[in-house]
Design a protein around this ligand. Structure first.
Ligand SMILES: [Zn+2]
Length: 455
């Protein structure tokens, strides 16, 4: 048994929206929160005591969309100023050179960045299985993240509709349906942990309407439904180009197309969902589906603004994602929370969305989207996924009238403490699992190597 005591906590957020508590202690036993108490019980016998004085502790954030392998492809000059389809066509030609080592190192970079910026649970949409290295890329990613200790929902993504068949990606990054389905089943059997506190859960995730066939959408859903707590994930209504593609190829708008394939339910996360009309927003809410809102990427690619305020009113489960690093180009979770608040205020009344709304989306909203009732708040019996930030930092000087909202309105923080599943990952600002300088150096070498192969 291991026991951690965080004592004298300056401000404790047990759940976004609940009143903050002062001068309390949180006792963690093994992987769960055991007690929240005003006084320290002398009978406790912690292996480690953390002093929470002048710190704010809160539930770790949940990131519901990323493409970890894209940390190799940030800020590429040729596509700094491109829209989605042109950006993708250029990047597919680089992604076809992805190797298992690249998948491993880039995943560790993404996981480390996410953790340092407040995330304790993340979804990753992995969908590139290059013809040259189809074996082991996904496995390399999953195992690299497991080593670090991030709570992880990797998606077995897929692309099955190549240019020859009317899709957007080249044949070099597309797989046949049988390979996709059999590998998806294999990785569910190998990694999926449906039990309480499960650290790895697989999500099934055909990439987008313009890169997969309708058959793979239907068969992926049927396959995932056979397993407990396997969820679903896909890009929906990201751009007007996608809308035009769907109207031309299927005679339906993207939303109608996905709905017709059985992809509108409470187990499905729709990424972006920018170009939905009001009727579609209402139908999404009634279906109990969720979205992963990725404001930085949507701005970066000029894709548009998701109607998040309308979605919240309609009962859509709203969560937040940083999106892949080729279109953000940062995996900073708190920065995404801030973007989510500021962007909506361009189109909506300033009182229609608050820091509480976006922080809720980043904690309980994310947990609900991926079907977890063991993360997103701090109370006995929940997973010990907790982050701590020093309230005395210069960034928050003068902002302590509301210490939690300060993390949204002021400069996005890096965490001083992160505990995931009862394991200390960041201690007094130091990332413990590995040497980040060494990791960054190797990532730079691999990023240069991958792009150098582009002819
Ligand atoms: Zn994406």
């Amino acid at each position: 048994m291991s026991e951690i005591l965080i004592k004298n906590i300056g401000h404790l957020v047990t759940e976004v929206g609940a009143p903050l508590r002062q001068n309390v202690s949180v006792r963690i036993v093994d992987q769960e929160i055991a007690e929240i108490a005003d006084t320290v019980d002398p009978a406790w016998n912690p292996d480690r005591v953390i002093d929470g004085k002048e710190m704010l502790f809160m539930p770790g954030l949940v990131n519901t969309h990323h493409h970890f392998y894209q940390t190799l492809n940030r800020n590429i000059p040729a596509v700094q100023n491109a829209r989605l389809f042109e950006w993708l066509k250029y990047l597919y030609e680089i992604w076809k050179f992805l190797t298992p080592e690249m998948a491993r190192v880039s995943a560790q970079v993404a996981a480390a960045e996410l953790i340092m910026s407040g995330c304790t649970t993340a979804v990753d949409h992995f969908y590139v299985f290059p013809e040259a290295h189809p074996e082991g890329v996904f496995e390399a990613e999953v195992e690299a993240v497991q080593e670090i200790g991030l709570r992880f929902h990797p998606t077995r993504g897929s692309m099955s509709l190549s240019q020859e068949d009317g899709g957007l990606p080249p044949a070099s990054v597309v797989q046949d349906e049988e390979t996709i389905l059999s590998h998806t089943e294999e990785v569910i059997n190998r990694y999926h942990q449906p039990e309480k506190f499960g650290m790895t859960r697989i999500i099934v995730a055909p990439c987008s309407p313009f890169s997969v066939t309708d058959t793979i959408m239907k068969k992926s859903k049927e396959l995932g439904e056979k397993f407990d707590k396997v969820y679903f994930h896909t890009h929906l209504a990201e751009t007007l180009d996608e809308e035009e593609f769907c109207l031309q190829e299927t005679g339906m708008r993207p939303f109608d197309y996905l709905e017709s394939l059985g992809w509108m339910d409470e187990k499905t996360i729709h990424v972006h969902s920018i170009h939905l009309n009001q009727d579609e927003v209402q139908r999404m809410g009634r279906a109990g589906a969720s979205i992963s809102h990725c404001p930085s990427s949507n701005m970066r690619l000029g894709s548009g603004m998701a109607p998040v305020v309308d979605m919240l009113k309609a009962g859509v489960k709203v969560s937040l994602g940083v999106d892949g690093s080729a279109s953000n180009d940062s995996s900073h979770m708190f920065a995404e929370v801030r973007q989510a608040l500021l962007l909506q205020r361009i189109n909506y009344d300033e009182e229609s969305i608050t820091s509480t709304d976006v922080l809720r989306a980043a904690t309980l909203g994310g947990a609900e989207a991926i079907g977890r009732d063991d993360v997103g708040k701090i109370e006995p019996g929940m997973a010990a996924d907790i982050i701590g930030i020093k309230t005395t930092a210069l960034d928050y000087a003068g902002a302590q009238h509301d210490p939690l909202a300060a993390l949204v309105f002021c400069h996005p923080p890096k965490v001083d403490c992160s505990i995931i599943n009862g394991r200390i990952i960041v201690d007094d600002g130091e990332f413990l699992p590995l040497d980040l300088q060494q990791l960054a150096r190797r990532q730079n070498e691999l990023a240069a190597e991958q792009i150098s192969r582009l002819s």
